[in-house]
Design a protein around this ligand. Structure first.
Ligand code: SF4
Length: 340
């Protein structure tokens, strides 16, 4: 029985690179997108450089590409695998690096399956106890699970709990499609649904599509998936910021300064930066930050490494550059990846 007072990830087995102690994986749903050029994959974190004929993978790049019935017209980026609907996979020349996606019926009737990984895509209402018991012994199954119930979160949570009670160890990837008139609404719904499950330790990956029209916005979808994983602390892929709410003591424009620091540093995976409005309470409020940018007077900033002051009362002009220099001197700086 799961306790609400402690985090524990649902037990699952490793299938290929999904499940058990692997970080939650991100699947890009490209099935209804037009992908004709290598450059089209930059939106999901894979950047092709034609001069070197090489792919670069961003920290926030999808590892699996769900292509439905339209395989990529070129070789998949290094480190990725295509997921193909089973009739397309059956006809494909590379049945090892591509992975079949079954429905429950096609899985049960299949005469050929992948030796390592078979994705079974289904909804909560299709996953009866009888089906779970038929899937449980297969150590190659990954469930790609979604729900059409009015409450996605409660439906998914109840179904995953039932799977656990029935001994299913297959990794479960959370599939969610959200369409709304405004992208902010998509962010809200997707975050509460997926985030709620992930903080409960449920989910070995996500396949998220958000958008304001029929087609998902690819870039937004992948970014949001990684942001939700970061916020639930299940997968850290970018800089984390701790900033105070601001009050009468605040010595600078907190929003503008945070945006400026973020624009220079948000590619630094695993670094925590505290941005605090005053030196009276700021250092205490950023206790677990790696670096601190703290207002210590009008147009004056004090920079911290952990809880230690590194530069005191320096002019705010150039303070962001000084912060970057400190990060560089600690060998924690990397140059941001840019489009070729
Ligand atoms: S750190 Fe200082 S400026 Fe920020 S909320 Fe606390 S007291 Fe106010």
């Amino acid at each position: 029985m799961r306790t609400p007072y402690a985090y524990a990830r649902r037990a699952s087995r490793t299938v290929a690179t999904i499940g058990h102690d692997h970080v939650p994986r991100v699947i890009a749903n490209l099935a209804d997108q037009t992908i004709s050029r290598m450059e089209d994959l930059a939106a999901i974190g894979h950047v092709y450089d034609p001069t070197t004929d090489k792919w670069a993978m961003r920290d926030q790049a999808a590892e699996f590409l769900y292509m439905g019935s339209s395989p990529l017209p070129f070789m998949a980026p290094t480190g990725t695998r295509q997921l193909l609907d089973v009739p397309t996979w059956t006809a494909h020349s590379d049945q090892f690096y591509c992975v079949p996606v079954f429905s429950i019926d096609t899985y049960l009737q299949a005469t050929a399956r992948h030796a390592v990984m078979n994705v079974v895509r289904c909804t909560c209402d299709q996953l009866t106890a009888d089906i779970v018991q038929q899937l449980a012994p297969d150590s190659t199954v990954v469930l790609l699970l979604s729900s059409t119930a009015p409450s996605y979160y409660t439906s998914m949570r109840a179904t995953i709990d039932t799977c656990t009670d029935l001994g299913l160890l297959a990794p479960i990837v959370l599939e969610r499609e959200v369409r709304a008139a405004a992208i902010d609404a998509c962010v809200l719904y997707a975050s509460t649904d997926l985030g709620g499950l992930l903080v409960d330790g449920l989910g070995d990956g996500t396949m998220l599509g958000v958008g304001t029209s029929d087609h998902a916005d690819l870039q937004q979808s992948i970014r949001l998936a990684f942001t939700i994983l970061q916020a639930t602390r299940t997968r850290m892929t970018k800089t984390e910021y701790i900033s105070c709410p601001s009050c009468g003591r605040t010595q600078f424009d907190l929003q503008e300064t945070t945006a400026r620091i973020r624009s220079h540093t948000d590619h630094l995976k695993g670094v925590k930066i505290g941005i605090m409005g005053c030196i009276v309470n700021g250092p205490g409020e950023m206790a677990d930050a790696d670096y601190g940018y703290v207002g210590s007077g009008p147009d004056r900033i004090t920079l911290y490494r952990g809880q230690d002051i590194v530069q005191r009362n320096i002019p705010s002009d150039g303070a962001v550059d000084s912060l970057i220099d400190i990060i560089k001197s600690d060998d924690r700086w990397v140059e941001p990846l840019t489009h070729p």
